[in-house]
Design a protein. Sequence first.
Lengths: 289, 426
Amino acid sequence: MIYLLLPAFILLLLVYGAPMLHYLWMSFHANSVLTGLMPEFNGGANWVRIVSDGRFWQDAIQTGRFAVVSVGVEFILAVAIAILLDQRWRGRGTVRAVTLIPWALPTTVMALGWRWIFNSPYGPLNQLTDLVGIETLNILSNPSISWIATVIGDVWKTTPFMALILLAGLQSIPKDLYEAFKLEGGGNWLCLRDVTLPLLQPYIAIALIFRLAQAFGVFDLIQVMTGGGPASSTESLSLYAYLNAMRFLDFGYSATLVVASFVLLTLVCATVWIIAGQWQQINQKFGRS
Amino acid sequence: MKFMQLRRTTTTLLIVLLVVMTWLGLKTALASQTVDVKVLMPAPFADATKPLVDQFNQEHHGHIRLSVVKGPLETEAISDLAISSLLLGNPPFDALLMDVTWVPKYAKAGWLQPLDQWFEKAEFEQLAKGVQPGNEFEGQIVRWPFVASMGLLYWRTDLMDSPPRTPDELVNISKQLQADQKVPWGYVWQGRQYEGLSCVYLEMIHGFGGIWYDPSTGTIGLDQKPGLAAANWLTNLIKDGISPQAVANFAEAESLQSFKMGESAFMRNWPYAWAELQKEDSSVKGKVAVTTMVATSEENSAATLGSWGLSILNGTKHADETATAIRFLTSQSAQRTLAMSHGYTPTSTELFNDPELLTINPILPELSIALNHAIARPETPLYAQISDALQRNLNSSLTGESPSNQSMQETEISTEYIIKSAGGRR
């Protein structure tokens, strides 16, 4: 019956495999404005350059930091929101719908909104700090903290998505399991640790991998909110690849950046997958699930 | 009888119809002779040229309809917009207002139409020396200068009799003024990691007798004596407290703000700053003069060339009409209008002696001198990358993250890699 998978497999190959191979091929060529935008084999010059390119490594660290922190915060918030939305209470339907609004908004629109909120000296945040009497934060022009602003924007935007996946997971947990646990005298925290989270594990793994992959490739949010600045402190790998292609007209190096970030992302996702698998095994060993 | 009447009415109607249709047809035919010419410009230029565009459209009524597409405010955003449409093949614009640093990149990509058909190289002779470079590519004219601009040293006439001519003099005067508590800071400039920093550095590396990068020979001068000296001098300005720490994050606006409030004895900026300093809210109104950047006694001072010019994009169907529009917008009378209304620096040598302009803009003679010292940034299609490498490393030296010598060595290595991986020489 495996051949029934063939159409899907071919589609994946065409949509993902072919471009990836093309990019891999491009990464071994000079294809820039100097070559008249035509590919010319240049050995491993692009790869030699990427290894010693401080900006690439800085962007890789920044992208990783952005992805891990924002997905981490989103995860904690999403678990809380999902559990809240899973309870029975009046007005739950309305709140469920309202929660989804940030996720439904186009990123560009909401990124512009956040840029305005963080604007100094005219944004609401600045007025708030003025009101309280603390010093202006200047968050979008301070290279050491501006990345936090982008994390806030991302968390606000994508927490609903994660909460939605986790909510679906919660609803698949049979209610009698909770009742049995309570009968045996388990408290709420133990219940969360020993029943809810282990049973939610496959959903958590999916949600984390989806979000990590998305956050790792973040482009629009950063482009609109900070443009990668100040001093390229918020620049993500995809933004750097975009700059190389669109502003520097160096498609060979841009392709190299894309392939390199693809490899990095694969490593990150594989690590998450393996850790999630280990966790499941540990849980099974202790008979928690 | 009735039949005859009907026939006559019908005939009349038909004739009226015929006349109307002919008239409409003629009108459409005439209207279709009007050619639409679209020029993409950054928003401030689009606003400034509005009256000129109206004048042009009146003069060419029925033949050419010029419209200026108002692009984004930021220089790089304009370039991104233009490049996106150029990469797709058919740009919706006939001409583009181009920064001087874009020219080699656009020309090498084959997006610019040579202008030799409409403009002659001899005409460059009527323009100031400083606006002549940066308009040609591989021997052909690809851009015609629209506004001139160059780096200047602003100094306070109330604090000294004559401006410093060498880097050491600038440092010494600043130290003295700071010790006497006349000003909190000696010198404000552009140290943020962006294009302005490259302009500041270019002036200093030439002032110390070096070059940044020469595409024709492949020489990189960053890790050589003048290159290191320039980086070191700038870094020490901050280290020794002559420039505030915040200069490492200053662009033009911040430097201007600080100088305007009387907080500094010197400022590096472009000609536009003059008008700002003469406004009512300026604490230094009437106490400011301009000169060229400092240089060591053996060297000539250098002013980074930063001009805008108009190019015809390949793929336009109305190259002739677009050239007519460019001819008009860059004409001496148009330059005069823009200099009167917006203080734009003219490109034509003659206008620098125009009595009426001199009353509005008394620094024109100094601007003319500075234009003779103008130095173009490296004219290579890879300029954006190599400038980016410089800004990045130099800024980390200014913020004290790495020693200036090391940052220049790293810039030189990055520059080599960039040229190599893009398929250039070496």
